[in-house]
Design a protein around this ligand. Structure first.
Ligand code: ADP
Length: 253
């Protein structure tokens, strides 16, 4: 579903953010993207949505069989939904309804279909009845839910999440995990919330300083303490207490 080959990218000021990154994600797979601040996680997600334009330096990106090019860019953006890290980068309307309906309105749907999608997406993020609220007046967690609803309402084949749980309280975080699990799309989740990554992702990629330094089964990668520490991360607590392949070793609680 996602094929990135030798992607090399520098921002206009010359800062190299991705170095020769190649990765593949299968259809319907949920993959995690982890790494320290500045590793290039957000840059990678923005690329997959074509928001940084075409691969400028070198490399190629193919999503759902579409090679990213000038011609395919609008179609790629229709198929790939990105939930930004900062909701204020995503919200722009005066009411929640306007914001959530913006995406589906670009999709050749009838007003009735748009309304139904908006209601369904708001219900999915526990914001039923928020249609006339002012996004600017909502709490950070509520804003993030509005952003999520706006993307879900487009029903994209690929969902990209940048730090989706950062602004949620524990219940909101659990609800996000349940919702995410129920979505059939192919998903890539960038986060420092490694317990959430562990709960949702079968596979994980580790980025550091723009380089893909490791990838593999989530339990193996996140359970590799030296690897985690070498890249500014931590082995999740739950992996100290529970062995995925058998009973707990004696002496462990
Ligand atoms: P992460 O999401 O892993 O924290 P980012 O993708 O945000 O990392 O950033 C990767 C690198 O690119 C960092 O060194 C960051 O400072 C730099 N960077 C991000 N956005 C820009 C920008 N608009 N212009 C220049 N450098 C940027």
């Amino acid at each position: 579903m996602i094929v990135i080959d030798h992607l090399h990218f520098a921002y206009p000021d010359g800062r190299l953010a991705l170095r020769d990154v190649s990765l593949r994600i299968g259809r319907g797979e949920t993959a995690g993207l982890v790494g320290p601040n500045g590793a290039g996680k957000s840059t990678l997600l923005l690329h997959l949505n074509g928001l940084l334009g075409l691969p400028r330096q070198a490399g190629s990106i193919c999503v759902d069989g579409l090679m990213l090019s000038e011609e395919s860019l609008p179609e790629v953006r229709r198929r790939v939904g990105l939930v930004f890290q900062d909701p204020d980068d995503q919200l722009f309307s005066t009411t929640v309804e306007e914001d959530v309906s913006f995406g589906p309105q670009q999709l050749d749907l009838t007003p009735g279909e748009v309304g139904a999608r908006v209601a369904k997406a708001l219900a999915a993020v526990q914001l039923s009845g928020f249609q006339q609220r002012i996004p600017h007046h909502l709490s950070l967690g509520e804003k993030k839910r509005v952003c999520l609803a706006g993307v879900l309402a487009c029903q994209p084949a690929v969902l990209l999440f940048d730090e989706p749980t950062a602004d949620f309280d524990p219940r909101g975080r659990r609800e996000f995990i349940e919702l995410c699990r129920s979505l059939p799309a192919t998903k890539l989740i960038a986060s420092h919330d490694l317990e959430m990554i562990l709960a949702l992702c079968t596979r994980v990629f580790v980025l550091d300083a723009g380089l893909l330094v490791a990838s593999g089964a989530t339990h193996e990668i996140l359970g590799d303490e030296p690897l985690m520490l070498a890249h500014g991360l931590e082995k999740p607590h739950s992996l100290f207490h529970r062995h995925p392949h058998g009973p707990m070793p004696e002496g462990h609680h």
